[in-house]
Design a binder for this molecule. Structure first.
Ligand code: ZN
Length: 93
């Protein structure tokens, strides 16, 4: 979070907005959860577990938009398709 969602004041790392006093704890918790899911996504991608990686990316994106998670989801989706194509080719030959 770069700015307070209530008053748009710059976020200074405090759980309460210095300008309007909004409690930002819930948002910070959501951001932390999204970051954890994003790390999980990357680990699953590295392990080549495309289905789980895509699911983890979806979890990340459900909490917070992340260009990294969006790219990871697309990548995992493409890899899944490639894997399926390969399986069909093996079955057809
Ligand atoms: Zn504020």
């Amino acid at each position: 979070m770069e700015r307070c969602p209530v008053c748009r004041a710059r976020f200074k790392g405090e759980a309460v907005c210095y300008r309007c006093g909004a409690d930002l704890n819930v948002l910070l918790a959501i951001e932390a959860e999204a970051a954890a899911w994003e790390r999980e996504t990357i680990a699953l991608l590295a392990a080549g577990d495309w289905i789980a990686a895509r699911r983890a990316a979806d979890q990340t994106l459900a909490l917070q938009y992340s260009p990294l998670a969006a790219a990871a989801r697309d990548f995992a989706g493409r890899e899944l398709v490639t894997q399926e194509v390969r399986r069909f080719e093996q079955l057809l030959h």
